[in-house]
Design a protein around this ligand. Structure first.
Ligand code: MGD
Ligand code: MGD
Ligand code: SF4
Ligand code: MO
Length: 884
């Protein structure tokens, strides 16, 4: 482990999204200073709100600090032996397919490599799958069908060089913020560049769009086929490219004809004809086109077909392998791509080799010296958890993912884990919905402590470097896995003592018997010295004898990795989502991400400034739907599907299509009482990739009418019993709780005093007729907590009260106005926080615009500082400006 000398700046990589931004950490007197890496080719000095707040995630609060077995602290040796013996016993009794690993695109490549090697090579089962199944498996399958290999053809620079960028099912502004900023900058330089966004809802990304196609959910395939048919009719196909480099053209074209002409496409996609023709025309006349796609395509029961229908367009126009062109699947997790390289999916083998080719099984088996290597693919994530529920899998080891929150049909997943004979969880965090189901907990080193490599969306391998000592007894994931492998009897095959050895082996396998038939080849690193590994510079694969400096773009020679060397167009018959809405479940539930949270919030949820943008779970609904269903803005509602239910706050806007609801995926039981959206999501998957349809579950919505609603702001963390709804947010100097209940305490003040456990210096106000209760508790003149209760959701703004937690002694005037929740003069309510870096609220921004007649983002920045930090909020600022 290189716990490098403090004060030398350490170059490492942000652990969140697949953009893979470089950051530099320097030790300062109090903690660490974080800087964006100006030299890193992913971000060139930029960071988003999450990356910029990384230094605030480094404390040990709620870290898993030592192994725990059956609820008790254990030594590493005892815990590892227990994992080993349990797995060995179950394998002996029920065979290797009775055990499984469920891993993650947030592991480093070295961790991933050894996990895959242990399960497939030595335990001899294909049962290792990863959360990338929920994320990138569709793109992987589509790439393989089209290119014969899972290879992303383009670079970030291609996006910047394009004249048309089409963003499909991607909320780029929030999910890949630094790439979004690069796109904005590129368009500023070349105002001729056009951007089209294809997404059923209007997102922050639409801020940059020249055209937004708010298509009906799941209808993308009709659009792409319609476009292919249109290009044919307009004689805009690149026949010489097709002739030389593409197969399957006639069949693909034949099925595309069925999409009909523009009016039919418009009807199928639910958007005006004029918009369809504008998009088709733009695509037709713009040679340099990059089509970026993400979960709006991947998370679908026909995702692979949609992705291939899109790739078809690039193949038929020859727009691939050239600067500024290509289909571009952007990865989600920091090492989603690395996981694909090592073969972390159940249907892959290793280093881009597959079970479908017996030669590959033989190659890997000889390389690993693993005679009992698995012969067939294992179960894909959703099937894997069904097999756990059925008792076919009796032991599962979960590493770096939180399936009790993030898998579809999450209540069933949780029940399956609770019933499973042995659940091992390696995580950095002590309390997650999944660690709550574990029999054995193994503390993994987290970001800043661990060492290894990750690969970003543009195939760029970068080093993640340690700059911190491990928390408690935490160990690197590769070490934990290797220790179990050694105890299982494979000491020689898993004798690694440092990450660099694993990386060399992985690099060497990528080149082993690879006579240029396999895209993934980093054999140039097979003999990398430890020192060179330490100083490895970011580089795009392939990196081999032919491309020692790496490769910016693939398929430049028109050669693909199929047996014929030609790319494959696929005949696609578009399908709508598997489940349709009906009278009982009239809405389509769309789910996804918000700007400042990362997945299940285990890390971002503890950063105060990231909790201000959206402090509680919410449901976005179109204004007309809200009217019909009697839902008021800011009220609480229950969502229900055939699988489960949840509660969240209603947000009314015109960004959703009527009939669609949007709910973020982030809230877990750790942060809210009943807000896991995946409890509702149907476990329906794409038949080829096995990726769940996380964006289209039929649901119904009903207003919630609890007896009381309220909020509590408190300097200390509190616990509430007997609530119907409770959402907690850690806000630095205070905790915020949004609450609702069905049972009214007989005496409110007893309730408040009990919860806070303090009797000193309370001021209270009660109005039984209206159901109002307000209380403030001060200790030594300092605000300790406020309790606000009402009969419904009409409660005062929290912001001024929240600001008082930053003060020491309250002034007399502040004390007088506490229970009215607003300051002496005027309203100091800044509104919902928009700029996380400087804590600037929507109302402050609107006031500044009105009072000073501001007309530009720059002017708002000068007045209020909003948007002058990381820049992640610029899209929202522009919308506020437009509205004003
Ligand atoms: N802030 C933040 N950033 C992240 C993450 C995070 O947790 N937080 N996670 C990372 C990960 S792992 C991933 S995979 C990426 C995901 O990045 P994205 O895919 O960009 O994010 P999502 O919000 O899941 O979904 C994108 C969009 O798909 C749209 N959509 C829904 N249905 C359809 C449809 O039928 N057709 C089309 N065309 N669009 C549709 C949704 O409305 C949504 O706006 O983000 C990464 N970046
Ligand atoms: N409804 C709905 N569901 C979705 C999605 C959606 O759009 N909608 N998106 C899906 C997608 S694309 C994804 S990628 C998944 C993400 O879902 P998850 O992978 O379940 O989410 P995370 O919160 O990132 O979980 C990572 C866990 O690993 C831990 N961890 C972090 N670093 C390390 C490490 O180095 N080692 C170990 N051992 N543990 C570590 C964290 O503390 C955390 O508990 O969710 C999927 N689920
Ligand atoms: S865009 Fe943001 S979250 Fe993604 S890698 Fe860069 S700083 Fe991290
Ligand atoms: Mo993802």
């Amino acid at each position: 482990m290189s716990a490098t000398t403090p004060s030398t700046p350490i170059h490492t990589i942000c652990p969140y999204c697949g953009v893979g931004c470089g950051v530099i950490m320097t030790r300062i007197t109090k903690g660490y200073q974080l800087k964006a890496d100006n030299q890193h080719p992913a971000n060139f000095g930029k960071l988003c709100s999450k990356g910029a707040a990384l230094a605030e995630t480094l404390d040990d609060g709620d870290r898993l600090l030592y192994p725990i077995t059956k609820g008790k602290r254990a030594t590493w040796d005892a815990a590892l032996s227990e994992v080993t013996h349990t797995f060995q016993r179950i394998i002996a009794e029920h065979g290797p397919d009775a055990v499984a690993f469920y891993v993650s695109g947030q592991l480093l490549t070295e961790d991933y490599y050894v996990a895959n090697k242990l399960m497939k090579g030595f335990i001899g089962s294909g049962n290792i799958d990863t959360n990338s199944r929920l994320c990138m498996s569709t793109a992987v399958a589509a790439h393989k069908r089209a290119f014969g290999a899972d290879a992303v053809p383009v670079s970030y620079e291609d996006m910047e060089a394009a004249d048309l960028v089409v963003l499909i099912g991607s909320n780029y502004a929030w999910a890949h913020p630094v790439l979004y900023q690069r796109l904005m900058a590129a368009r500023k330089m070349r105002p001729g560049m056009r951007v089209v966004v294809i997404d059923p809802r209007r997102t922050a990304t639409c801020d940059i769009a020249d055209l937004h196609l708010a298509i009906s959910p799941g209808s993308d395939g009709f659009l792409f086929n319609g476009l292919l048919n249109y290009l044919r009719r307009e004689d805009a196909l690149n026949l010489s490219y097709i002739e030389a480099h593409v197969e399957g053209f006639s069949a693909a074209l034949h099925t595309a004809r069925l999409a009909g002409s523009i009016p039919e496409v418009a009807l199928n996609c639910g958007v005006p004809e004029a918009q369809i023709s504008e998009f088709f025309h733009l695509f037709l006349r713009t040679e340099r086109t990059v089509s970026i796609f993400s979960q709006g395509i991947n998370q679908s029961s026909s995702g692979v077909d949609k992705a291939n229908a899109l790739i078809n367009l690039h193949l038929a126009t020859g727009r691939i392998g050239k600067p500024g062109m290509g289909p571009f699947s952007v990865t989600g997790q920091p090492n989603a791509m690395g996981g694909r390289e090592v073969g972390g999916l159940a249907n892959q083998l290793a280093a881009h080799m597959d079970f479908t080719d017996p030669g590959h099984i033989d190659t890997v088996s000889r390389f690993w010296n693993a005679p009992h290597i698995a012969q067939k693919p294992g179960l894909k994530a959703v099937e894997m958890f069904q097999a756990i529920a059925d008792g076919k899998i009796r032991a599962v080891w979960i590493m770096g993912t939180n399936p009790a929150v993030s898998l579809p049909d999450a209540d069933r997943v949780r029940q399956a884990l609770q019933a499973c004979e042995c659940v091992v969880v390696s995580d950095c965090v002590r309390h997650t919905d999944t660690t709550a189901c574990a029999d054995i907990l193994l503390p993994a080193m987290g970001w800043g402590e661990k060492d290894g490599t990750v690969t970003n969306s543009e195939r760029r391998i970068s080093r993640q470097r340690a700059f911190l000592p491990p928390a408690g007894e935490a160990q690197p994931d590769w070490w934990i896995i290797t220790q179990v492998a050694q105890r299982m009897g494979w000491a020689a095959e898993f004798s690694y003592t440092r990450a660099a050895q694993i990386f060399r082996e992985h690099a060497s396998l990528s080149g082993f018997e690879n006579l240029t038939q396999r895209a993934f080849d980093i054999s140039a690193f097979a003999d990398l010295s430890d020192n060179d590994y330490e100083t490895l510079q970011p580089v795009q694969w392939p990196v081999n004898a032919a491309h020692p400096q790496g490769s910016q773009r693939l398929f430049t020679d028109g050669k693909f990795f199929t047996p014929s060397g030609k790319a494959q167009m696929w005949p696609i018959t578009p399908r709508m989502p598997a489940q349709t809405t009906d009278a009982e479940f009239p809405f389509v539930l769309n789910t996804g991400r918000i700007r400042d949270q990362w997945h299940t919030m285990t890390r971002t949820g503890k950063v105060p400034r990231l909790n201000t943008h959206y402090p509680e779970p919410f449901i976005e609904i179109h204004v007309t739907d809200a009217l019909v269903h009697h839902l008021a803005n800011g009220s609480l509602a229950e969502l229900r599907s055939r699988h489960g239910k949840m509660l969240a706050r209603v947000q009314i806007n015109e960004d959703q299509r009527p009939g669609s609801l949007f709910v973020p995926m982030h809230w877990s039981d750790v942060f809210a009482q009943a807000a896991r959206v995946d409890a509702l999501v149907a476990p329906i998957t794409d038949p080829i990739s096995g990726q769940p349809e996380s964006k289209h579950t039929p649901v119904c919505i009903t207003p919630l009418h609890p007896t009381w609603q309220g909020f509590v702001l408190s300097r200390t963390a509190l616990h509430f019993d007997d609530t119907r709804y409770c959402a907690a947010a850690c806000c630095g100097t205070y905790w915020r709780y949004e609450l609702a209940g069905d049972h009214r305490p007989s005496v409110w003040s007893d309730w408040a005093h009990d919860i806070l456990g303090l009797s000193a210096d309370w001021s209270e106000y009660r109005d039984d007729a209206s159901g109002r209760y307000r209380a403030a508790c001060l200790v030594d003149g300092q605000l300790q907590a406020v309790f606000f209760v009402a009969a419904d959701h009409h409660l005062p703004a929290r912001e001024w009260l929240a600001s008082l937690f930053k003060s020491g002694q309250l002034t007399a005037s502040e004390r007088t106005h506490l229970l009215s929740a607003r300051p002496a003069r005027g309203s100091a309510d800044p509104g919902r926080i928009i700029c996380a870096c400087h804590g600037v609220g929507e109302k402050t921004i609107l006031n500044a615009i009105h009072q000073n007649k501001l007309t530009s983002i720059e002017a708002i920045g000068l007045r209020t500082q909003a948007g002058t930090g990381c820049g992640s909020c610029v899209a929202e600022l522009r919308r506020i400006l437009e509205r004003a």
